[in-house]
Design a protein around this ligand. Structure first.
Ligand SMILES: [Zn+2]
Length: 107
């Protein structure tokens, strides 16, 4: 066998590994979008603020990193007031928003 053959095999292996990684990240991103809280039309509801903070810690990025909140605000979607927490991945710095219904006010 000449070295060109092995270099070819190595290149195929590298491209295959990259391809598999891309597919996994895409699948993970798709799966994540189906979880409540990641789109405004499917917000988290019924959680207290402390539970929302805990929930943020359980979310992981496609890269395997964890998210931390950077800011929080309110948005109005289809006549509903939602809170939105902006999150950033601690590893790859990709951003994500977490939508949730504000907890009922205690009187
Ligand atoms: Zn990440």
């Amino acid at each position: 066998m000449n070295s060109g053959f092995w270099i070819g095999i190595a290149l195929v292996a590298v491209f295959l590994a990259r391809y598999i990684k891309r597919v996994r990240i895409r699948q993970e991103a798709k799966r994540m979008l189906q979880e409540p809280g990641l789109t405004p039309d499917n917000p988290l509801s019924g959680l207290r603020l402390s539970e929302i903070d805990e929930h943020i810690l359980t979310i992981s990025c496609g890269c395997g990193g964890g998210f931390r909140p950077t800011s929080e605000g309110s948005i109005r979607v289809d006549g509903r007031d939602l809170r939105v927490a902006r999150l950033v991945c601690g590893r790859c710095e990709s951003e994500r928003a977490l939508y949730f219904e504000p907890p009922p006010l205690l009187h």
